[in-house]
Structure formats: C-alpha cells, structure tokens
Design a binder for this molecule. Structure first.
Ligand code: CA2
Length: 145
C-alpha cells in the first residue's frame, strides 16, 4: 500500500521564480516539486504535488488527501489569510497537516498576520525560503514514524 504525502500549493505559486525574486527567490515550483519528490522517495513515501489558483480545487485536493494520503503539507498562499473553506476542509482530516510558507508572514503586512491554516495544522514552517518545503517533509516523516 503506497503511503502518499500530499503537497498542496495555492494561488500564484505557479509564478515562483518568474516574479518578485526579492521576496520569493528564483526557484520555480517545478524545482520545488523535483526536490520534494526526491526527499519523499528516499524516505519511502509517494508524493502527490498540486498547485491551484482556485479555492474549490484546493478543497477537493484536501478531501482527496484525507481519503488517500498519510499527511498534508500546504502552502495555501493568499488563501492562508482568507479561506474559511480551506480551514473547514483541513479540520476534517485525521492525518498530520503542516503549514508551509516560503517567506515569514509574521514579519510582513498586517493582513498576513492571521492564518486560517495554523489553528488546524499540526505545525507551521515559515521563512526558510523554498527549503521550508523540505523541512516540512522532514517534520511529516518524523510524525509518521
Ligand atoms: O511566503 C509564502 O509562502 C506565502 O504563502 C506566499 C503567498 C503570500 O500571500 C503569503 O502571505 C505567504 C503569495 C504567493 C504568491 O507567489 C508569487 C510568486 C511569485 C510572484 C508573485 C507571487
């Protein structure tokens, strides 16, 4: 039975590496997917990696993760700060949920200070650039041991 870690990405993260490199760096989402896949495979896990600009699609991916996955790593991007729908979907899960951010929202604008993900996450990793994703995989694997 494959053990699948879902890695979900929210709006505009498809633009990583193409815009605002001073905030988000030059690594693309495809680069992140390759690095995450390598780490998951080495640890004996399958990975299911998604990005969507559409809130409802992210909710669908969370529900699928609840049916088929062993953990969810989520960078909900701007929906972090707005989405009750994503909060509700994550709240239904009985598997570890790790919130990830490339930047450190706590040190940015006031509208980024609230997270709808944090209250339903096992833990949050922010501010380590794209390495935040790899740290989140380490955390998920540690929890699943
Ligand atoms: O730091 C993060 O990972 C964020 O989740 C990124 C979101 C932001 O709304 C959160 O507050 C923190 C924004 C993602 C947008 O990504 C872009 C990438 C390149 C160019 C423009 C946007």
């Amino acid at each position: 039975m494959p053990k699948t870690i879902y890695i979900l990405n929210g709006p505009n993260l498809n633009l990583l590496g193409q815009r605002e490199p001073e905030i988000y760096g030059t690594t693309t989402l495809a680069d992140i997917e390759v690095a995450c896949a390598g780490k998951c495979t080495t640890a004996g896990y399958d990975m299911s990696f998604h990005q969507s600009n559409i809130e409802g699609e992210i909710v669908e991916q969370i529900q699928e993760a609840g049916r088929k996955g062993v953990a969810v790593i989520i960078n909900a991007a701007a929906y972090t700060h707005t989405s009750v729908a994503i909060y509700d979907a994550l709240k239904t899960l009985n598997i570890p949920v790790i919130e990830v951010h490339i930047s450190q929202p706590a040190s940015r604008e006031s509208f980024r200070q609230q997270s709808f993900i944090a209250p339903v996450a096992t833990g949050s990793i922010s501010g380590f650039g794209t390495n935040s994703y790899l740290l989140a995989i380490d955390a998920a694997i540690d929890i699943l041991k």
